[in-house]
Design a protein around this ligand. Structure first.
Ligand SMILES: [Zn+2]
Ligand SMILES: [Zn+2]
Length: 415
């Protein structure tokens, strides 16, 4: 429906992946409902994940992505950026690559705006230069800096001589922009240590505002809060890798998130559930998880309880765990249910967390303008797949997912 927000997971594996069932991190948000998409993280293979979407529902298109939010600089979150940009910024018209330069246009328009931590601007810039990439459209990188971070300047390249292809300009100078680059903003946190209002867009009921805050991982990492400032005032919180996101709590309350996406990289699995994984000692699993800057399902559930999240999806799943598409053996379902249950118990109040899988789509209902009731007014089409659905219906959901090819079902959505 017009006011619904939709999220589509393109990759749900931790850095141990990709695996047969999961690509590494990326997800796409359709929040504005104006045809544009916002993406969070962009692992290697993300552009291919766009191609492999099931045909069962309208696919998300890479060319519609206008903003990309990067949680942190680990390889499993950023190595697809260059391929993604090459694809969506299009090659320049034949013979005119040398004309297309940020010097040739005074326009500040750029097709894709990228937000992320210090270093991201250099990463994209130097990769573009070193791969001799030329594009028709432009991008910009806005860095969310701390006071300790070094600024990456945006110095203009020397204009290329018309008709004379040459080596990439400013190849050695990291301060010189690529020709496809527009000058990005250096964004500093406010006194509460949050980057507020870094991006906005006009949504169905009001403005969508993006705030960001630091979360604890083994290297600098960011969580993003996308909030609606009118109407249902939905908020979606998407955390990067973390062993402790408590610093971002103020962005996650008043109102509480309609959806929280929290990593759950590793989990202790009881011997009764899985003989092989059950050999790992519980304390050992937890201490290893924490030492690598990650979370268990129970930690995700505890954070969901802390911020009173209405929905919880577990993401960034360790490569040792199966995905619903891997096979339909009993073992897999026991494992996935166990991970969900661990998070659900910590979340409390009988609420049921969900474990993400590639191409899972989540619908956060808005308001049907013709209906009187907020959040309702939807047909019963997806009713059996509510957030509180039982394990058995989750099995049903994923078994439907296996049949998606040529199937018109939209059962794998839930709200
Ligand atoms: Zn990761
Ligand atoms: Zn990481």
């Amino acid at each position: 429906m017009a006011g619904d927000m939709e999220l589509t997971f393109l990759g749900t594996s931790s850095g141990g992946g990709p695996t047969r069932a999961r690509n590494c991190s990326s997800l796409v948000c359709d929040l504005l409902r104006d045809g544009s998409l916002w993406m969070v993280d962009c692992a290697e293979g993300t552009i291919r994940q766009f191609q492999f979407q099931p045909q069962a529902y309208p696919n998300v298109k890479a060319s519609k992505v206008t903003k990309l939010f990067i949680t942190h600089m680990h390889a499993d979150h950023i190595m697809g950026i260059i391929t993604f940009l090459r694809s969506v910024l299009h090659p320049p018209p034949n013979g005119s690559w040398h004309i297309l330069s940020n010097l040739d246009s005074h326009s500040i328009w750029c097709k894709v705006e990228i937000y992320g931590p210090a270093g991201l601007r250099s990463f994209v810039r130097q990769n573009f230069k070193m791969t001799f990439t030329h594009t028709a459209d432009c991008y910009a990188v806005h860095e969310l800096l701390t006071l300790k971070d070094q600024i990456t300047p945006c110095n203009n390249p020397v204009p290329l001589q018309a008709g004379v292809p040459g080596t990439p300009v400013g190849f050695q100078d990291w301060n010189v922009m690529h020709q496809s680059e527009k000058c990005g903003r250096d964004i500093y946190p406010d006194e509460d240590n949050f980057w507020r209002g870094i991006a906005t867009g006009e949504g169905r009921f009001g403005r969508i505002i993006v705030d960001a805050g630091p979360i604890c991982h083994r290297d600098p990492c960011i969580g993003y809060a996308f909030r609606e400032n009118a109407g249902p005032q939905r908020k979606i919180v998407i955390l990067g890798d973390t062993s402790d996101p408590s610093a971002i709590v103020p962005l996650c309350i008043d109102p509480s998130p309609a959806l929280l996406i929290h990593e759950a990289t590793d989990a202790h699995i009881p011997y009764q559930v899985d003989v092989k994984l059950g050999r790992r000692d519980e304390e050992e699993v937890l201490s290893k998880t924490l030492s690598r800057g990650h979370s268990s399902p129970a930690m995700a559930g505890a954070f969901a309880r802390l911020v009173d999240a209405q929905r919880l999806v577990l993401n960034h799943i360790g490569a040792r765990f199966p995905g619903p598409t891997e096979d339909r053996s009993h073992r897999n379902w026991h494992l996935l249910s166990e991970i969900q249950d661990q998070a659900s118990r910590a979340w409390g109040k009988g609420r049921q967390a969900k474990i993400a899988y590639d191409y899972m789509r989540i619908v956060i209902p808005g308001r049907d303008p013709d209906a009187n009731e907020l959040y309702l007014g939807r047909s019963g089409r997806y009713k059996g797949l509510s957030i509180s659905e039982s394990t058995s219906s989750y099995r049903h959901q994923a078994s439907r997912y296996h049949q998606l090819d040529g199937d018109n079902s939209t059962d794998h959505r839930y709200r």
